[in-house]
Design a binder for this molecule. Structure first.
Ligand code: PGA
Ligand code: ZN
Length: 408
């Protein structure tokens, strides 16, 4: 399939920062657009994003002259071409954000050409739909209801306090999550007064707390009040690279208390982004020694996930596997730059028998690609923030629509 035209322009993300959107037309007249999300607590090993203005220029000056009128048989061919065209180790020439917007726009246009839903196109193209008879919902929803760290100004050391519904459908998961979210908002307003229900970057509440465990206490109380305590698991994204003023030892003690008191299903980035060793020690402590122990991640009682540690990069994932650091992994397409590479990360995680958690970024547009991607690869989890703020709601509503499409 040939691309007949492509253009890029700046659009705003959910923090009011510029990001890049790409619009593309295939030779058959089908058009599609896609925009790139942007992180704030980004991993140092992530591929480079260009400032929006530079990304726009890179499409006009580098990408368009080379891909317009060129024939691409499939997504992998386009994505490999983009990687070669960039030619750098960290995507600093074209920008990982630029590449991703081009990659997704092409994927969308090809799905439209086939008249297939985007998730179906992802599934067909890559054959990653494992275990079609599985009764459990894929992906489970990771709803971030309290924001701290770099995503809020409340002094919480940890970045994301999540509820993970156990429900079998997206509709019921969203309902459970939203009910607890609302009950938590009321409880916070009552306990902490004015401004307590103000929202952080991902739509979670962001008041000042007495300590780093209080959010889980209040989440649990809200779930109990709604009689939904048994319908959820708890999760934490520590984003430990960005934590100031806590030593490794203090972090370890915190996780000990957290695991004892709250039995979370999920802990992401418990230590710094290059500290493969401390991750491995934690995995060994809670999941037993030896490579197979505790795995597969999905069936484990505790998912220890890499995000800044692994950055959707198969080289770093291989290191994490060799060292026994994790049994789960975050997949963020914009950390690496193309849809094909994000799919390769999913494939590798499956081979390692890690749980796969696809994720949005803290800076999002209303682009809902990530919902189709997560469903199409049958990810084990999908992190989408709180059921609040338009850019998060766009993804939740798309999932509900996917559920209806899949039932047809
Ligand atoms: P970011 O945060 O999008 O700001 O990097 C999300 C995360 O750490 O999971
Ligand atoms: Zn993270």
């Amino acid at each position: 399939m040939k691309v007949s035209s492509i253009s890029a322009y700046p659009v705003l993300d959910s923090r009011g920062m510029w990001t890049v959107e790409v619009s593309l037309m295939l030779q058959n007249g089908v058009r599609a657009a896609a925009s790139a999300p942007q992180g704030k607590s980004t991993g140092a090993a992530e591929m480079r994003a260009l400032p929006a203005a530079a990304a726009v220029k890179s499409v006009a000056n580098i990408v368009a002259p080379r891909i317009v009128h060129k024939d691409f048989r499939n997504q992998a061919e386009l994505d490999e071409f983009l990687v070669r065209l960039d030619g750098t180790k960290n995507r600093a020439r074209i920008g990982a954000n630029t590449m991703l917007a081009v990659s997704i726009a092409f994927l969308r246009a090809m799905a439209r050409t086939k008249k297939a839903a985007l998730w179906k196109h992802v599934r067909d193209e890559y054959g990653l739909w494992v275990d079609p008879t599985a009764k459990a919902l894929r992906p489970r929803l990771f709803m971030n209801v309290v924001n701290g760290g770099l995503h809020a100004e409340n002094g919480l050391h940890f970045q994301e306090y999540m509820i993970i519904p156990k429900s079998r459908t997206f509709a019921e998961s969203v309902e459970v999550g939203a009910k607890i979210y609302h009950a938590l908002g009321s409880a916070l307003a009552k306990a902490k007064g004015r401004g307590a229900a103000n929202l952080g970057d991902e739509g979670g509440f962001a008041p000042a707390f007495r300590n780093d465990l209080e959010p889980f206490l209040m989440i649990r109380a809200a779930a109990r009040k709604m009689k939904l305590e048994k319908k959820i698991d708890l999760g934490l994204d520590a984003a430990a690279t960005d934590i100031k003023g806590m030593s490794r030892r203090q972090l370890k003690n915190f996780y000990k208390k957290l695991i004892k008191g709250f039995k979370p299903l999920y802990i992401e980035d418990p230590f710094g982004e290059n500290d493969f060793k401390s991750f491995a020690a934690m995995r060994a402590e809670y999941l037993g020694n030896g490579m197979g122990a505790g795995a597969p991640g999905v069936r484990s009682a505790l998912w220890i996930a890499g995000d800044d540690l692994t950055t959707t990069n198969t080289d770093r994932m291989a290191v994490a596997q060799a060292k026994g650091s994790v049994n789960a992994v975050i997949v963020k397409p914009n950390q690496i730059g193309t849809v094909t590479e994000a799919l390769n990360a999913v494939r590798m995680a499956r081979a390692y028998r890690w749980a796969v958690v696809v994720s949005h970024r803290s800076g999002e547009t209303n682009d809902d690609f990530i919902a189709d991607f997560a469903y199409g690869v049958a990810a084990d989890g999908l992190k989408l923030g709180a059921p609040a703020r338009g850019e998060r709601i766009a993804k939740y509503n798309r999932l509900l629509q996917i559920e209806r499409e899949a039932a047809e």
